[in-house]
Design a protein. Structure first.
Length: 266
Protein backbone atom coordinates (compact mmCIF):
# COMPACT_ATOMS: atom_id res chain seq x y z
CA UNK A 1 0.00 0.00 0.00
CA UNK A 2 2.84 2.31 0.91
CA UNK A 3 4.52 1.44 -2.34
CA UNK A 4 1.38 2.38 -4.29
CA UNK A 5 1.08 5.82 -2.58
CA UNK A 6 4.70 6.60 -3.21
CA UNK A 7 4.23 5.64 -6.83
CA UNK A 8 1.29 8.02 -7.34
CA UNK A 9 2.70 10.87 -5.21
CA UNK A 10 4.61 12.57 -8.05
CA UNK A 11 1.53 12.47 -10.23
CA UNK A 12 -0.54 13.98 -7.40
CA UNK A 13 1.96 16.78 -6.88
CA UNK A 14 2.07 17.43 -10.61
CA UNK A 15 -1.73 17.60 -10.73
CA UNK A 16 -1.80 20.11 -7.86
CA UNK A 17 0.83 22.24 -9.55
CA UNK A 18 -1.07 22.20 -12.83
CA UNK A 19 -4.33 23.00 -11.05
CA UNK A 20 -2.73 25.88 -9.18
CA UNK A 21 -1.28 27.24 -12.41
CA UNK A 22 -4.62 27.11 -14.18
CA UNK A 23 -6.80 28.83 -11.54
CA UNK A 24 -7.00 32.64 -11.23
CA UNK A 25 -9.33 34.70 -9.07
CA UNK A 26 -10.03 38.25 -10.16
CA UNK A 27 -11.61 40.89 -7.91
CA UNK A 28 -14.56 43.00 -8.94
CA UNK A 29 -12.35 45.87 -10.09
CA UNK A 30 -9.91 43.62 -12.00
CA UNK A 31 -9.94 42.18 -15.51
CA UNK A 32 -7.67 39.60 -17.06
CA UNK A 33 -6.29 40.01 -20.58
CA UNK A 34 -5.73 36.43 -21.80
CA UNK A 35 -3.13 35.38 -24.39
CA UNK A 36 -3.11 31.90 -25.94
CA UNK A 37 0.27 30.97 -27.37
CA UNK A 38 1.06 34.67 -27.52
CA UNK A 39 -2.13 35.71 -29.25
CA UNK A 40 -4.80 37.87 -27.61
CA UNK A 41 -7.89 35.71 -27.06
CA UNK A 42 -10.12 37.85 -24.85
CA UNK A 43 -10.76 39.65 -21.57
CA UNK A 44 -12.07 37.69 -18.60
CA UNK A 45 -13.25 38.43 -15.09
CA UNK A 46 -14.16 39.11 -12.44
CA UNK A 47 -14.42 35.85 -10.48
CA UNK A 48 -12.85 32.44 -11.04
CA UNK A 49 -10.80 32.06 -14.23
CA UNK A 50 -9.42 28.77 -15.60
CA UNK A 51 -6.37 28.86 -17.85
CA UNK A 52 -4.56 26.16 -19.77
CA UNK A 53 -1.18 25.94 -18.04
CA UNK A 54 1.86 26.98 -20.09
CA UNK A 55 -0.37 27.66 -23.08
CA UNK A 56 -2.39 30.59 -21.83
CA UNK A 57 -1.10 33.61 -19.92
CA UNK A 58 -3.07 36.38 -18.25
CA UNK A 59 -2.26 40.02 -17.49
CA UNK A 60 -4.18 41.67 -14.64
CA UNK A 61 -5.53 45.15 -15.24
CA UNK A 62 -6.92 47.39 -12.50
CA UNK A 63 -10.03 49.32 -13.57
CA UNK A 64 -10.13 51.70 -10.60
CA UNK A 65 -9.41 55.41 -10.97
CA UNK A 66 -5.69 56.04 -10.72
CA UNK A 67 -4.17 59.25 -9.38
CA UNK A 68 -1.12 60.58 -11.22
CA UNK A 69 0.90 63.36 -9.64
CA UNK A 70 2.62 65.19 -12.48
CA UNK A 71 6.08 66.42 -11.39
CA UNK A 72 6.69 70.16 -11.31
CA UNK A 73 7.27 71.45 -14.83
CA UNK A 74 9.14 74.57 -15.96
CA UNK A 75 6.71 76.49 -18.16
CA UNK A 76 7.38 79.70 -20.10
CA UNK A 77 4.16 81.59 -20.66
CA UNK A 78 3.34 83.49 -23.84
CA UNK A 79 4.50 86.76 -22.23
CA UNK A 80 7.90 85.15 -21.43
CA UNK A 81 7.38 84.58 -17.71
CA UNK A 82 8.99 81.44 -16.27
CA UNK A 83 6.84 79.54 -13.75
CA UNK A 84 6.79 76.10 -12.19
CA UNK A 85 3.50 74.24 -12.50
CA UNK A 86 2.42 71.08 -10.71
CA UNK A 87 -0.74 69.16 -11.61
CA UNK A 88 -2.66 66.03 -10.68
CA UNK A 89 -4.52 63.76 -13.12
CA UNK A 90 -7.29 61.24 -12.49
CA UNK A 91 -7.68 58.50 -15.09
CA UNK A 92 -8.82 54.90 -15.42
CA UNK A 93 -8.66 52.00 -17.85
CA UNK A 94 -11.86 51.49 -19.83
CA UNK A 95 -10.54 48.98 -22.39
CA UNK A 96 -8.10 46.53 -20.77
CA UNK A 97 -7.12 44.92 -24.08
CA UNK A 98 -5.87 48.20 -25.56
CA UNK A 99 -4.12 49.18 -22.32
CA UNK A 100 -2.06 45.96 -22.51
CA UNK A 101 -1.65 45.44 -26.26
CA UNK A 102 -1.32 48.99 -27.61
CA UNK A 103 1.18 50.42 -25.11
CA UNK A 104 3.99 48.86 -23.13
CA UNK A 105 3.35 50.63 -19.82
CA UNK A 106 0.22 52.76 -19.86
CA UNK A 107 0.96 54.29 -16.43
CA UNK A 108 4.34 55.65 -17.51
CA UNK A 109 3.06 56.60 -20.94
CA UNK A 110 0.21 58.62 -19.44
CA UNK A 111 2.61 60.35 -17.06
CA UNK A 112 5.04 61.36 -19.81
CA UNK A 113 2.21 62.54 -22.05
CA UNK A 114 0.73 64.59 -19.23
CA UNK A 115 4.04 66.40 -18.67
CA UNK A 116 4.49 67.39 -22.29
CA UNK A 117 0.83 68.38 -22.66
CA UNK A 118 1.02 70.52 -19.52
CA UNK A 119 3.99 72.49 -20.87
CA UNK A 120 2.46 72.81 -24.34
CA UNK A 121 -0.97 74.04 -23.25
CA UNK A 122 0.15 76.45 -20.54
CA UNK A 123 2.85 77.92 -22.78
CA UNK A 124 0.15 79.25 -25.11
CA UNK A 125 -1.34 81.53 -22.46
CA UNK A 126 -0.17 84.62 -20.62
CA UNK A 127 0.57 84.66 -16.92
CA UNK A 128 -2.64 86.50 -16.01
CA UNK A 129 -4.66 83.82 -17.78
CA UNK A 130 -2.81 81.04 -15.96
CA UNK A 131 -3.65 82.62 -12.62
CA UNK A 132 -7.22 83.72 -13.33
CA UNK A 133 -8.53 81.01 -15.68
CA UNK A 134 -7.29 77.85 -14.05
CA UNK A 135 -10.52 75.97 -14.75
CA UNK A 136 -10.17 76.66 -18.46
CA UNK A 137 -6.57 75.40 -18.41
CA UNK A 138 -7.71 72.23 -16.66
CA UNK A 139 -10.40 71.61 -19.26
CA UNK A 140 -8.00 72.16 -22.18
CA UNK A 141 -5.40 69.77 -20.76
CA UNK A 142 -8.03 67.14 -20.00
CA UNK A 143 -9.46 67.31 -23.53
CA UNK A 144 -6.06 66.86 -25.18
CA UNK A 145 -5.02 64.02 -22.88
CA UNK A 146 -8.34 62.25 -23.31
CA UNK A 147 -8.04 62.36 -27.09
CA UNK A 148 -4.47 61.05 -27.17
CA UNK A 149 -4.96 58.29 -24.59
CA UNK A 150 -8.14 57.00 -26.21
CA UNK A 151 -6.04 54.69 -28.42
CA UNK A 152 -4.62 53.14 -25.23
CA UNK A 153 -8.02 52.44 -23.70
CA UNK A 154 -7.51 55.19 -21.10
CA UNK A 155 -10.17 57.67 -19.98
CA UNK A 156 -8.90 60.88 -18.35
CA UNK A 157 -11.55 61.81 -15.80
CA UNK A 158 -10.16 65.06 -14.43
CA UNK A 159 -7.12 67.34 -14.44
CA UNK A 160 -6.33 69.79 -11.65
CA UNK A 161 -3.47 72.28 -11.57
CA UNK A 162 -2.20 72.19 -8.00
CA UNK A 163 0.43 74.91 -7.80
CA UNK A 164 1.77 77.73 -9.94
CA UNK A 165 5.01 78.88 -8.36
CA UNK A 166 6.37 82.29 -9.34
CA UNK A 167 9.83 83.65 -8.78
CA UNK A 168 10.43 86.08 -5.93
CA UNK A 169 11.05 88.95 -8.34
CA UNK A 170 7.81 88.30 -10.19
CA UNK A 171 5.90 88.20 -6.90
CA UNK A 172 7.19 91.68 -6.04
CA UNK A 173 6.28 92.98 -9.50
CA UNK A 174 2.76 91.59 -9.22
CA UNK A 175 2.38 93.14 -5.75
CA UNK A 176 3.31 96.57 -7.11
CA UNK A 177 0.98 96.08 -10.04
CA UNK A 178 -1.90 95.16 -7.72
CA UNK A 179 -1.21 98.22 -5.55
CA UNK A 180 -1.19 100.51 -8.59
CA UNK A 181 -4.45 98.96 -9.78
CA UNK A 182 -6.09 99.61 -6.39
CA UNK A 183 -4.93 103.24 -6.46
CA UNK A 184 -6.30 103.66 -9.97
CA UNK A 185 -9.69 102.31 -8.92
CA UNK A 186 -9.75 104.57 -5.85
CA UNK A 187 -9.06 107.64 -7.99
CA UNK A 188 -11.75 106.65 -10.46
CA UNK A 189 -14.29 106.15 -7.68
CA UNK A 190 -13.35 109.51 -6.14
CA UNK A 191 -13.68 111.26 -9.51
CA UNK A 192 -17.06 109.66 -10.12
CA UNK A 193 -18.21 110.82 -6.69
CA UNK A 194 -17.08 114.39 -7.41
CA UNK A 195 -18.88 114.30 -10.74
CA UNK A 196 -22.13 113.13 -9.16
CA UNK A 197 -21.85 115.74 -6.41
CA UNK A 198 -21.28 118.50 -8.98
CA UNK A 199 -24.33 117.41 -10.96
CA UNK A 200 -26.48 117.45 -7.83
CA UNK A 201 -25.21 120.91 -6.87
CA UNK A 202 -25.90 122.18 -10.36
CA UNK A 203 -29.40 120.76 -10.22
CA UNK A 204 -30.00 122.35 -6.81
CA UNK A 205 -28.69 125.70 -8.06
CA UNK A 206 -31.08 125.60 -11.01
CA UNK A 207 -34.02 124.85 -8.70
CA UNK A 208 -33.09 127.61 -6.26
CA UNK A 209 -32.41 130.04 -9.09
CA UNK A 210 -35.89 129.50 -10.48
CA UNK A 211 -37.54 130.27 -7.10
CA UNK A 212 -36.03 133.20 -5.11
CA UNK A 213 -38.20 132.33 -2.11
CA UNK A 214 -36.55 128.93 -1.91
CA UNK A 215 -33.15 130.64 -1.80
CA UNK A 216 -34.27 132.79 1.13
CA UNK A 217 -35.57 129.74 2.98
CA UNK A 218 -32.26 128.06 2.41
CA UNK A 219 -30.57 131.14 3.80
CA UNK A 220 -32.65 130.98 6.97
CA UNK A 221 -32.02 127.28 7.34
CA UNK A 222 -28.28 127.89 7.14
CA UNK A 223 -28.51 130.57 9.82
CA UNK A 224 -30.42 128.21 12.10
CA UNK A 225 -27.87 125.45 11.62
CA UNK A 226 -24.93 127.71 12.38
CA UNK A 227 -26.72 129.21 15.38
CA UNK A 228 -26.95 125.78 16.97
CA UNK A 229 -23.15 125.49 16.99
CA UNK A 230 -20.90 126.74 19.78
CA UNK A 231 -20.03 130.03 18.14
CA UNK A 232 -19.53 133.39 19.74
CA UNK A 233 -20.49 135.94 17.08
CA UNK A 234 -21.63 135.36 13.51
CA UNK A 235 -21.93 138.22 11.04
CA UNK A 236 -23.93 137.67 7.86
CA UNK A 237 -24.66 140.23 5.20
CA UNK A 238 -28.34 141.01 4.96
CA UNK A 239 -29.32 140.71 1.30
CA UNK A 240 -31.62 143.39 -0.07
CA UNK A 241 -33.62 140.72 -1.91
CA UNK A 242 -34.49 139.20 1.47
CA UNK A 243 -35.75 142.58 2.73
CA UNK A 244 -37.90 142.96 -0.35
CA UNK A 245 -39.29 139.48 0.17
CA UNK A 246 -40.14 140.33 3.81
CA UNK A 247 -41.82 143.55 2.75
CA UNK A 248 -44.09 141.60 0.46
CA UNK A 249 -45.14 139.47 3.41
CA UNK A 250 -46.24 142.60 5.47
CA UNK A 251 -49.92 143.70 5.35
CA UNK A 252 -50.77 146.49 2.99
CA UNK A 253 -49.96 149.99 4.43
CA UNK A 254 -47.75 148.64 7.23
CA UNK A 255 -44.07 149.45 7.51
CA UNK A 256 -41.40 146.87 8.33
CA UNK A 257 -40.59 148.62 11.64
CA UNK A 258 -44.18 148.93 12.91
CA UNK A 259 -44.38 145.44 14.33
CA UNK A 260 -41.04 145.86 16.07
CA UNK A 261 -42.07 149.16 17.64
CA UNK A 262 -45.35 147.78 18.80
CA UNK A 263 -43.56 144.90 20.45
CA UNK A 264 -41.25 147.21 22.36
CA UNK A 265 -44.15 149.43 23.42
CA UNK A 266 -46.02 146.49 24.82
Amino acid sequence: MFFDFAFYLPFLVLALVVLGASIRILREYERGVVFTLGRFTGVKGPGLILLVPYIQQMVRVDLRVAVLDVPSQDVISRDNVSVKVNAIIFYRVVEPAKAVVQVQNFHQATSELAQTTLRSVLGKHELDELLAERDKMNADIQEILDQQTDAWGIKVANVEIKHIDLGEGMVRVMARQAEAERERRAKIINAEGEEQAARKLLEAARILGGAPEAMQLRYLSTLATIGMQNSSTIVFPFPTEFAQWLSRLQPAGARPGDQTNSTHSG
